[in-house]
Design a protein. Structure first.
Length: 420
């Protein structure tokens, strides 16, 4: 599946590159071919228009230099004769007059003549008097400017072929670049895909054990239809525990799925975090007594921030639940909350089992459990901390952990304090 997507992406990337390359070069070529004659055209026009009659003598009142020396001015008489007025009137100027005879356009034209390319323009000459004393019957009808433009045309040609050759050579580079980019683009897609695969397979695996527990216990109960509820209470208790675990697991999976789909929106309001913690602590009072774990709390009153109250409660419960789960009787769980100028700090510490250094980097991963049996026994799903981390990040905070195996753990959450 990935191979064909990568192939498609490579083709698409290469096509886009090629398209950009072709369009870019076509624009440059088009612009160049439109503008390349502009300079010479302007000079030709200036010279043609500068032709004047002064004291009945022909002159070319040269506009300020430098003039393009490739430009010839020719005059055509009413009877079709062509002469070259300057510098040597009537001196044969090669094939130029022959070319000019054919030209009668007031628009610039490009003509190929005897292997050379010329720009030609012919403008009407409006004075009717004789302008050459020795040529009394030479009445100028048109002034023609001619310029050889071989170099411009050669430049344009060279540019065209260089572009074509560059394009052909570039196709290989373009395909390689397209392939490289497609490969890079596939990396996060592949990673997300395999994460998703892993998630689905872990979730199915996790769901299977409570279902098996419920099914087998129900089946066993069915074998003794005459038994009373009291006689089957142990099995019923297992069914209830497994159902509870399943409900919790499904709720966690739903939360994460909605978080992944960016559908889990926060219900933001001004929340008294201190109060939320006190409520959670209340809930854990019974656990403290049953588990013989001491709970110490230092909660600064009225620590407020804009947050989702339920999510905050969920986060605190996740952290406290873990602290109690992984602390042996006689241990201590401590919860602190205070506000500094910049941030709100929430800390849950315990004197429990701690986390081995090699496991610390993974504890926020979905379904990661350092001790699977212990976690499962205490109702853990391996999803608590990943949900906790998501809640913290959704509130623009960060969560850190410090732990020493056999000594205990400390989870610290930092939220940015609201600007007063
Ligand atoms: P679980 O439901 O298994 O507790 P969590 O995502 O909450 O899942 O935690 C992931 C793992 O991190 C736990 O299985 C446990 O190994 C470790 N862990 C989390 N909190 C603590 C803690 N306070 N003390 C020791 N280990 C912890």
């Amino acid at each position: 599946m990935f191979k064909s997507t990568q192939r498609q992406l490579t083709v698409l990337n290469s096509m886009v590159f090629l398209f950009v390359f072709v369009v870019f070069n076509a624009i440059i070529y088009g612009y160049l071919s439109l503008k390349i004659f502009d300079w010479v055209d302007a000079d030709m026009l200036a010279q043609a228009e500068a032709f004047r009659v002064k004291n009945r003598h022909s002159v070319v009142a040269n506009p300020p230099p430098p003039y393009d020396p490739r430009i010839f001015i020719l005059l055509r008489s009413t009877d079709g004769r062509i002469i070259n007025p300057v510098p040597f009137r009537k001196v044969d100027s090669g094939n130029i007059p022959a070319l000019a005879v054919a030209m009668d356009s007031e628009q610039f034209k490009t003509e190929t003549y005897q292997g050379h390319v010329y720009r030609v323009i012919s403008i009407p000459y409006t004075h009717t008097e004789t302008i050459f004393e020795d040529e009394p019957d030479f009445f100028v009808e048109r002034v023609i400017a001619v310029s050889i433009v071989d170099s411009e045309v050669k430049l344009l040609d060279n540019f065209f072929w260089i572009t074509v050759a560059g394009g052909l050579a570039g196709v290989i580079g373009i395909c390689l670049a397209g392939y490289f980019l497609a490969k890079r683009a596939m990396v996060p897609i592949q990673a997300a895909w395999s994460r998703q695969q892993q998630f689905v397979s872990d979730a199915s695996h996790e769901l299977r054990s409570p279902i098996t527990g419920i099914y087998s216990n129900a089946e066993l109960m069915l074998r003794h239809p005459t038994h009373t509820i009291a006689q089957e209470s142990q099995r019923l208790e297992v069914i209830m525990t497994e159902s509870r675990r399943m409900t919790k697991l499904i709720a966690s999976l739903l939360t994460l799925a909605r978080a992944d789909a960016k559908k889990a929106e926060l219900q933001l309001e001004r929340v008294d975090i201190s109060e939320v913690i006190e409520v959670a602590i209340e809930r854990f009072q019974a656990v403290t007594e049953l588990s013989h774990i001491k709970l110490i709390s230092h909660i600064q009153p009225k620590v407020e921030m804009v947050a989702d109250r339920d999510r905050m409660h969920q986060l605190i419960v996740i952290l406290m639940d873990n602290a109690f789960k992984y602390t042996l009787p006689g241990g201590i769980v401590r919860i602190d909350c205070y506000q500094t100028e910049q941030q709100i700090v929430l800390q849950v510490q315990d004197t429990g089992t701690g986390i081995a250094a090699e496991h610390v980097p993974y504890i926020f991963d979905r379904f990661f459990r350092a001790d699977k049996a212990r976690s499962r026994e205490s109702g853990g799903t391996g999803l608590g901390l990943s949900i906790g981390k998501w809640i913290v990040e959704k509130h623009k905070g960060k969560i850190e952990v410090q732990s020493e195996y056999g000594q205990g753990s400390q989870f610290t959450v930092f939220f940015p304090a609201d600007k007063k």
